[in-house]
Design a protein around this ligand. Structure first.
Ligand SMILES: [Zn+2]
Length: 112
C-alpha cells in the first residue's frame, strides 16, 4: 500500500508539472504596468536585456525581478529554445514572503 501511494503521488506530481500552463514571454522597453500570471517580461532598454519581471508562480501575487546585467549581483540568465519556451537559470529563490524556490525550464515551473 505504501508503494502504491508513492506511485500515485509520483504520477500526481508529474501530471501537475505537465498540465500547468506554460510561461510565455514578451520583450518590452519599460516595466509593465500590470503583470499577468504565466508571463515573463524581458526588459530591454538598450542592446542587452536588463531584467526579467514576472509574477511569483506560487500565487502569492508578488512580483519577481531578476537582474540580467553582468555588473550587478545576483545575476540570472535566460534562454529561449526553438519552440519559444523560456528557461531561467540558476533557480529562483525568494528570501522574503512565500520563500518559493523553483526552476523555470522550458516555460514550466519545477519546484525545488
Ligand atoms: Zn510566491
Amino acid at each position: 500500500m505504501k508503494l502504491l501511494r508513492s506511485i500515485a503521488g509520483w504520477f500526481r506530481q508529474k501530471y501537475s508539472y505537465y498540465s500547468q500552463p506554460k510561461f510565455n514571454f514578451e520583450v518590452v522597453e519599460n516595466d509593465p504596468e500590470s503583470i499577468p500570471p504565466q508571463k515573463i517580461f524581458i526588459i530591454k532598454e538598450g542592446v542587452q536585456p536588463d531584467s526579467l519581471i514576472f509574477k511569483c508562480p506560487c500565487g502569492c501575487g508578488a512580483d519577481i525581478h531578476l537582474n540580467l546585467l553582468k555588473d550587478a549581483k545576483p545575476r540570472w540568465h535566460f534562454k529561449i529554445n526553438k519552440r519559444g519556451n523560456i528557461s531561467i537559470y540558476p533557480s529562483v529563490r525568494r528570501t522574503k514572503g512565500c520563500q518559493s524556490h523553483f526552476y523555470l525550464s522550458n516555460g514550466r515551473v519545477d519546484w525545488v
